[in-house]
Structure formats: C-alpha cells, structure tokens
Design a protein around this ligand. Structure first.
Ligand code: HEC
Ligand code: HEC
Ligand code: HEC
Length: 450
C-alpha cells in the first residue's frame, strides 16, 4: 500500500512539477487538535483534505480580492479541514480523528435542521465558539479549537454563522464517537477546563499598533496556531506561558517548531515580507512549508489578504522580542568521521542537484538547507520525515505549480538516512546534532495518515 503510494509519488515527482493529482499527496497531514484532555495526546488524525476546492473556495481567484467576510473568516479558522470527510461534502462532518483513546468524528455544520446546525441561532453559535459548550450545553472536546476561538468577536462570529447558514443543507447524521471508557465521559472535561481553558474575547494590547493587534487577534483566535505550536502536557492542555513554544504532534510525528524561539523558528532573521510570503504562498526565499503546515497554508492561510498576512507576520516577529532565548548548549556528541563522509557522498549523489553542494538550494523552488532552522532545530523529526517521505509545498495562488521532493525511504537504508541527515544538520554553519540509524528507523515506522 505504502509502496504503491510512494512509487506513484516518485513518478509524479520525476517531472519536478506538481500536478493537480498531487493534492492527494498532501492530504493526510492534518490540522491540529492537541488540547485534548483525556484524548490528550490525541492529535486526532486530522483533516483530510477532502476537496481541495470546496464550493466555498470556488470563484475566488485574485490573490487579494476580498471574498465575503464570513467565507474569509471560515478560511482563517480552517473549519473545512476538520468538518469534511475525504470525498464528502464540505462542512458536512464525519471526518474521523483517530486518537490513542479511540476515534472522534466531526459533526455536520451545514444548515440542515435535522442533522446539522440549521436550528441554531447566531447567539447559540457564538456561545459555542466562546464557551466550548454545544447548543444543548454538552461540553465539547477541545479537538474543536474553542480554546482559541473563544477570542473571536461577536461580530466575526455572526459573519461566520451567516456564511455557514448560506451553505446548502446536507442531511447527514453525525456519527457516534468511538472513544473508550473513561474518555467517552464528557464530564472529564470539567477538570480539563478548569486547568486549561480561559474564556475571553480578544482585548487589543494598549500601546501596540493596530497592525500588531490585528495579527495577534488572528494568530491567537481563528488561526488557532497554538494548537500545534505549543507543547502539550500530560493532560493534553497547553499552559498559557508556553503558548507557541513548539510541539510534537502526537500520532503524526511532525514537530511544529516554537514560534517564540529564534533558534527553532529562526524567524528573527526573516523579514516581515519573507514570513508573509511563507504563510500565504507556502514557499519563500528562506524555506518552504511542508507536512501539516502545508495543509494549513493550503486550506487556510493562502486566502489571507496581504494586509492580514503582514499583520500576522508583524505579530509573529514580536513574539521573539517578548521572549529572548537562552543560548544553545554546546554539542556533546560528535558523529564519526566515517558517518560524515558517507553523508556527504550521499548528499552529492542524491540531494545536491536540487539543494546544491553549498546547501543554498534554488529558492523559492528548492529551499536552502544552509541556515534553515527546519534542518538544525533540536528535534530531528522533520528533516528525517522529509528525507524518508519527500513532499510538496502546497499549491497556492502565489505558488500555483510547486516543485517537489522525492521520497528516499526505499532507496536509502536507516544508516544512510541517518548519515545524510546528520550531514545536512552539521554542514554549512548549521548547528544541529547527529541523528542515529535508530532515529531514522523510528520515523520510517511512523504511519503516514491519509
Ligand atoms: C496542524 C498543525 C499546525 C497548525 C494549526 C499551525 N502550524 Fe505552523 N507548523 C506546523 C508544523 C508541523 C511546522 C513544521 C513544518 C514547516 O516548517 O513547514 C510548522 C511551521 C511553521 C512555520 C515555519 C517555521 C520555520 O522556521 O520554518 C511558521 C512561521 C508557522 N508554522 C506559523 C504558523 C501560524 C502563524 C499558524 C496559525 C495561523 C500555524 N503555523 C498553524 C504545524 C502547524
Ligand atoms: C481541528 C479540528 C477542528 C477545526 C479546525 C474546527 N472544528 Fe468544529 N469541531 C471539531 C470537533 C471534533 C467537534 C466535535 C467536538 C465534540 O464532539 O466534543 C467540533 C464541533 C463543532 C460544532 C458543534 C456542533 C454540534 O453539533 O455540537 C460547531 C458548530 C463547529 N465545530 C463549528 C466549527 C467552525 C465554524 C469552525 C471554523 C471556525 C470549526 N468548527 C473548526 C473539530 C474542529
Ligand atoms: C528533486 C529536487 C529535490 C531533491 C533531489 C531533494 N530535495 Fe529536499 N526539497 C525539495 C523541495 C521542493 C522541498 C520543499 C518540499 C516541501 O515544502 O514539502 C525540499 C525540502 C527539503 C527539506 C525541508 C526543508 C524546507 O524548508 O522545506 C529537507 C530537510 C530536505 N529537502 C532535504 C533533502 C535531502 C537530505 C535530500 C537528499 C537525500 C533532498 N532533500 C533531495 C527538493 C528536493
């Protein structure tokens, strides 16, 4: 299964340009969920990218043309990612989110009165976003990112509701969750909420520009960026002071780097223009998005207006100045000379045609590996996954035909993968630590969810 898929991928990559069928490939990286109590560790599989051009997106071509406000907000919140199953009607729910505790199915949020939210009022909808309680008072699991959506203003909530109500009603009964005892008991959410949930509408920071506050509102609210970019603790909550501090996404085996650490995100040295290009276009002169972040860009961020992309970037850069990072500890492990030499040989043979011998790449088509924080951040999960599985940046209005990277899982042994990843983490001034064949093997075993 996996082999067939990988071969098919390789074939498609041969032309180096992504075809529309490549969308298939990206499906399966998912949005987040993280903050789940008992579901803790439950990054629920995530959204299939059922229909890359849901009805909602049709008719939207010009990069900066403002779509109706509610529709724009639905994109920013990435509602479609979780509320659509693969091959199903957008927003009709039924998307399975596997967790270590069982499977959760997203509900139908089309305006069908019997099976969707057609009987809801705009006040009930706002209450749900704001408090994490459904219309009948049921405590929602934080797989629905209400801990972020609580920040959304009543006005935006009403626009979002109006948009959802304008969709075609789909009669599709919600599928029962299949959670094991005791996780199927929603009263557990009381404790989780006391610990991790703070209700509250966004309040602009005094003394900061309107642009900063707009960015903060989008990142903390509808963007729900912290749901992936925060470490989750044992209970599946993320403490406030660690918001945006980086997180390993359970079950997905991808790492969402800290957005507050310059060593991990490296955003400190990026211009606002580069960050905005990365968020909206998926590729920039400094690096490309991949894995679950490619999905976020594809479904959500590519629809940002330039003003909003810039506002978010201004806010993201400010996170760095709010939190200075301690210097990185010196390396205590050195790889053997043999390993580095074999890594170099492999690199020249397999990688240099795109990323160049000097690691400078050919951006924005082929990202640089030198000075790219994605490569040398402390956790080596992401570069290992990229080398094993390959990938494509998302197809976006600004980058309509992204170039791809072939998978190497079948051509390189664990030893070779470890050698080449160690080589790129330690060359050209990169400061990463070595990886072992065992690390490579662990990632080889990681499931490709789709
Ligand atoms: C579904 C989980 C998920 C969500 C939600 C998410 N991210 Fe990410 N993000 C990731 C992962 C995984 C990576 C690492 C892969 C990469 O660099 O593209 C990443 C990478 C990034 C990077 C690149 C850092 C670098 O140094 O290359 C930026 C910037 C970023 N995310 C910003 C955001 C913003 C802003 C939001 C909210 C609008 C957001 N992310 C929401 C998972 C997520
Ligand atoms: C990361 C996945 C995810 C995203 C993104 C997401 N949802 Fe949800 N949503 C869920 C899940 C899962 C539930 C059900 C939670 C439960 O059963 O406790 C849910 C519940 C809901 C409900 C309650 C339905 C009911 O019948 O009680 C509504 C309404 C809703 N979401 C609307 C939205 C809107 C609007 C957006 C975008 C702004 C959105 N969701 C984004 C996963 C998501
Ligand atoms: C055919 C051209 C090509 C070859 C060959 C190639 N890559 Fe890539 N590489 C890319 C492209 C395109 C991306 C961006 C993919 C994405 O965003 O999903 C990428 C991304 C990456 C990344 C993630 C960095 C980032 O910012 O996106 C790493 C790490 C990486 N490549 C390492 C390697 C290594 C190591 C090899 C050799 C074993 C290799 N690549 C071979 C084209 C290539």
């Amino acid at each position: 299964m996996r082999h067939a898929r990988t071969n098919a991928l390789r074939k498609r990559v041969e032309g180096h340009a992504r075809t529309s069928s490549m969308r298939e490939r990206v499906r399966g990286h998912a949005p987040s969920v993280l903050h789940v109590l008992a579901l803790a560790l439950g990054f629920f599989g995530l959204p299939a990218w059922s229909d890359p051009t849901p009805a909602a997106a049709q008719g939207f071509h010009a990069v900066d043309s403002p779509m109706p406000r509610g529709e724009y907000l639905a994109h920013l919140g990435d509602c479609v990612a979780c509320h659509s199953k693969h091959g199903g009607v957008p927003f009709a729910g039924g998307f399975p989110m596997p967790t270590p505790f069982g499977t959760l199915y997203s509900p139908n949020i089309t305006p069908d009165r019997a099976t969707g939210i057609g009987a809801w009022t705009s006040t009930e909808f706002y209450q749900m976003l704001h408090t994490g309680r459904s219309r009948d008072g049921t405590l929602l699991y934080p797989a629905m990112p209400f801990p972020a959506y609580t920040q959304v203003t009543r006005e935006d909530s009403d626009a979002l509701f109006e948009y959802l109500m304008s969709l075609k009603p789909v009669n599709q009964p919600n599928r029962q969750n299949e959670l094991r005892f005791p996780y199927n008991n929603r009263s557990l959410m009381f404790g989780w909420r006391v610990l991790y949930f703070k209700e509250g509408t966004f309040v602009p920071v005094k003394g900061r520009s309107a642009q900063f506050n707009r960015g903060a509102y989008l990142v903390q609210g509808l963007g729900h960026c912290a749901s992936c970019h925060s470490p989750i603790n044992a209970l599946g909550g993320s403490a406030d002071d660690s918001a945006f501090a980086g997180g390993l996404i359970p079950l997905q085996n991808w790492y969402a780097p800290s957005l507050t650490s310059n060593q991990e995100s490296g955003l400190g040295s990026w211009s606002v223009t580069d960050i905005a290009a990365l968020l909206k276009g998926g590729a920039s002169m400094r690096g490309a998005v991949y894995g679950p972040m490619a999905e976020v860009t594809h479904n959500s961020l590519q629809y940002l207006t330039s003003d909003d992309a810039t506002a978010m970037s201004v806010y993201l850069k400010s996170l760095l100045e709010l939190k200075p990072v301690p210097a990185r500890a010196p390396l205590d492990t050195r790889p053997s000379a043999d390993m580095l030499a074999s890594g170099r040989t492999l690199y020249e043979a397999r990688c240099a045609s795109c990323h160049r011998s000097d690691g400078q790449g050919m951006p924005p088509a082929y990202p640089p590996l030198a000075g790219n924080p994605s490569i040398d951040m402390e956790l080596s999960v992401n570069p290992l996954r990229m080398v094993l599985n390959g990938g494509y940046p998302p197809q976006t209005a600004e980058n309509p035909r992204p170039y791809g990277m072939p998978p190497f899982a079948q051509v390189l042994s664990d030893q070779e993968v470890a050698a080449v990843v160690t080589y790129i983490r330690m060359s050209w001034g990169n400061h990463g630590s070595p990886v072992t064949p065992r690390d490579a093997n662990a990632m080889r075993m990681a499931p490709l969810l789709d």
